[in-house]
Structure formats: C-alpha cells, structure tokens
Design a protein. Structure first.
Lengths: 230, 251
C-alpha cells in the first residue's frame, strides 16, 4: 500500500484500487497546486499496470467547490501572451495540461468512478463528468456557476454536459449557473446512482472492487451498467 | 414589428420573437420558411440575447402546403434552390450564438417540425402533436429534418416517424427527446420567453456567445478540438475578467 498524505491530494493504492481524494477540506478548493499534483498522479496511474480501478472523492463533507478563481485568473493573466489587439495568442501551458489530464482520465481503460457528496461545483463537476460513472449522496448540490462570474466552464464541462444531458439542459444549467439537486442530476443523466451520503464512498469502493477484473477484459460502459448497484 | 409572408418579427426585452402568423394552421407561405436575407437582417442586432419562435393562435405550424409546391413545379420554378435557401435559413438559425427556443402547441408538422428542430430548446404544451406527413405525398422532409431528427432520436425512431408518417403526442416527444419540456398551454409562451430571459438576464454578451460557441463546437468538432476551443474561450474570458477586476481594485 502506497500512501501520500502531505499535499493537496491524498492518493493511495490498495489491492489494485487507486483512491484519489481531494484534500483541502472543508471546501477542497482546486488550487493551482492541486492541478499540478493531479496531473502528476494521473500520469502515475497511467504508467502503473497494477492499478485496476480509480475512485475519486473529497475529504470530509464535500467533493469540491471548484477552482480557486482569483488565483486562476491571476495565473492566466500572468502566463498569457496577447497579440496587438489584446487577444489571446495561445492557451497557457498549465491550462492545456489540465484539460489533457481530464482527457487522459476519460480515456483510461480501467473503471473510473467519482463518489460525490456535499457540493460539487464548477471545475469539480467538470472533473466528475469525465469519470466513467458518478455515484452521489442524496443531498449533493451540483452546479456550473461560471457564467455568473463572467466566465464559462473551461475544462470540457460544456461539451460533456451536452452529450450527457442534451443541448437544452446543458444550455439552461450553464447559462443560468443555477445549482441543482442530486435528484435533478439523476433525471438529466449527470449522475448514475444516488446513495445515502455516509455510504457513497464505501459503496463505490466495494462496487469497483467487484467489477474491476472483468472491466479490464470488457472495457465497455454497457457491461458496467449491468452491474450497477441499485 | 416587421412582417413578411405571414411571418412576423419583433423584439421584446432584447429577445427576438418570430411568429408564424397564418392561422389557423400557420402554413408556411414559402416552402423555404423565410428569405435568407430577411432572417439575416432580423438576427443581425448585436444586442439580441435570444430568439423565440412560436405560432399564432392554437397551433405552431402545419408546415409548407404541398399544393403550393405543386403549383410552383407546374410554373417551372426552381424548387431545388428554394429548398437550398430554406436549409441555409435553418442552418443560420441553428448556428447563431444566442439561444433559440421554440414554443410549440397544437400541430407541429413537416416544415414546422423542421423549424422547431433547428432550435436549441423545444418547449411544448400537453396538446402538441408532431409528425412528418411528407411520406403520405410521396416526398420527405427537405429542410434538414431527416438529419436533425436522426441526431436527436436515432435510426429506428427516425424510420418510424419519417417512413411511417406516425404522429406522436407531447409525452412521446419528451421521451424521444424531441422536446425538452412540457408546460400547460396557457403559460407556454410566457414560460418559454421567461426561460430565455432567465438564462440571459445580466449575462454579458461575450459570455452568452462563449457558451453557445462551445455548445456548437461540441456538435461539430472532434472531441479534442472541442476541448481545446472550450479552454481557449475560457482563457479569453478569464483574461477580460482579470483585467476588469484589476481595474476595479485600482479604483
């Protein structure tokens, strides 16, 4: 068993199951340090054939309240090159690295499930959307509030909301920036199952342990669907 | 208010309203819906935050009238180029980077359904009915309806609707994801109009365009390109927002 408890992420591997925990409680805000740690761990998981499944959750009551906005804005401004009319000439490297990690997460050939409770907002929801499945507690609050800060979801959240929930729902939830409940999330196919909040993480770990060996052979979301706990 | 070929255009609270105004069935006078230049002119105002398309009275639209089409063919009119223009009109609507919603009640057939399919959001009343009756006259939807319907509902359902000419009600349409919401008909217009207003109210234009552009990309670009573009739009808005906050702090 490997363990690393010092930083923005707790990461442990136990009998083939990797557990990545966002670790800046209570809000588990996704700071710049979090993202660079996250990118490093994703590469590490990809390079480790002993890892057969990945569960992502938050430390404590919440999954995460999303990105550390002031720090993110400042860093984008610092790292952006603009042309003569003040337009962005290219995407800053660290932002590129972030969406590339999220794409790697999505493309993993091991099952990736997020176990969500409390708040799951902005970039945190985007991260969860790119997992293969989402289990959540009954009182989870979801939202993509970026537009209320004059921004948009920038890590593929718009793309993923559209494919999961359809154009109209994506448009409404993103433009209004309103939070929505676990029940709403289930209805628009943003989450796959709702469980009692205290049990979400344990149920997810137990479930993924049961299916992970077959998943490697099948690599099929449909196959996993058959085994989803009710 | 402007009017052409029994279709009216007005702007209320920065939301454009296109009314199919040929009651009772609101048949389209032109099979191509609207002249392309007219639609382009109507939608060119840069303060426009959304567009609502609805029918006058009890119905959305019965679509084009086949008799008209036969008359045109008899008169040696170039039907093909009219249909091309119609497709360009609906593509233009669909590609606009502001939200377009259809408020549908009563019948929504043929060309009417094709117009609704080009919208980003479809709200209907419980009494709405949907069909592609073209097959009964040995033709098929000609304004992109086959493609858009297939995109929404998949192959088997498209065959049932387009080849079978089946009519479906509001609940079936919701199940097929052909419509996004059902509301009582008495509040249909207000509900849809308020939905557009709530979505766009106090949102800066560049944020609305950014979200819409990213949504359009999701449909048109590869997965990777769409991701890149989304992050790019985010960074551009973030840059603007960072400058704005700096300025406010300096004050």
């Amino acid at each position: 068993m490997e363990e690393n408890d010092r930083s923005t992420i707790q990461f442990r591997v136990n009998e083939g199951v990797a557990h990545l925990i966002l670790n800046q409680p209570p809000s588990n805000k996704m700071t710049l340090a979090f993202f660079s740690e996250f990118n490093r761990i994703i590469d590490q998981i990809q390079d480790n054939p002993a890892i057969k499944a990945l569960v992502i959750s938050g430390n404590g009551r919440h999954f995460s309240s999303g990105a550390d906005l002031p720090a993110l804005l400042a860093e984008i401004q610092k790292q952006s090159e603009v042309d003569t009319v003040g337009k962005l000439s290219f995407i800053p490297d660290f932002m590129r690295a972030n969406y590339q990690s999220i794409l790697k997460l999505e493309a993993m050939n091991i099952p990736v499930i997020s176990a969500i409770r409390g708040v799951c907002l902005g970039s945190a929801l985007e991260l969860a959307l790119f997992c293969h499945f989402r289990f959540c507690g009954e009182d989870t609050v979801f939202g993509l509030p970026e537009t209320s800060f004059n921004l948009i979801p920038g890590l593929g959240g718009i793309r993923k909301m559209t494919s999961l929930a359809g154009k109209a729902n994506a448009l409404e939830f993103i433009l209004r920036g309103k939070t929505f409940s676990a029940a709403d999330a289930l209805k628009i196919h943003i989450v796959d199952r709702i469980f009692p909040k205290r049990q979400v993480v344990d149920i997810t770990l137990g479930f993924i342990r049961k299916i992970m060996d077959d998943y490697r052979k099948e690599k099929s979301g449909m196959y996993l669907k058959k085994f989803l706990p009710v | 208010m402007e009017k052409i070929d029994k279709i009216t255009w007005e702007i209320r609270d920065d939301i454009g309203i296109i009314t199919l105004d040929n009651p009772p069935e609101n048949y389209l006078v032109r099979p191509e819906f609207l002249p392309y230049d007219t639609l382009k002119k109507w939608t060119s105002y840069d303060y426009l935050k959304g567009i609502l398309i609805c029918g006058s009275g009890k119905h959305f639209s019965g679509g084009g009238k086949l008799e008209n089409l036969y008359e045109m063919i008899k008169a040696n009119e170039d039907i093909a180029s009219r249909m091309e223009e119609g497709k360009a009109v609906l593509d233009h609507l669909e590609n606009l980077t502001i939200p377009i919603a259809a408020a549908i009640q009563g019948i929504c057939f043929g060309g009417g359904l094709e117009i609704a399919l080009a919208c980003h959001i479809r709200v209907c009343s419980e009494n709405a009915l949907f069909a592609f009756p073209e097959i009964n006259s040995r033709v098929l939807p000609g304004l992109g309806g086959t493609v858009r319907f297939h995109e929404l509902a998949g192959f088997p359902e498209s065959m049932k609707m387009i080849l079978g000419g089946d009519m479906i009600n509001a609940e079936d349409a919701l199940e097929l994801k052909l419509v996004d919401q059902i509301t009582p008909k008495a509040t249909l217009f207000d509900h849809t109009f308020n939905l557009l207003k709530k979505m766009t109210y106090d949102r800066p234009m560049e944020v609305i365009h950014g979200v819409m552009q990213a949504l359009q990309n999701a449909r048109k670009l590869s997965h990777l390109e769409a991701m890149q573009q989304e992050t790019r739009i985010f960074c551009e808005l973030a840059l603007t927002e960072a400058r704005r906050r700096n300025k406010n702090n300096a004050k």
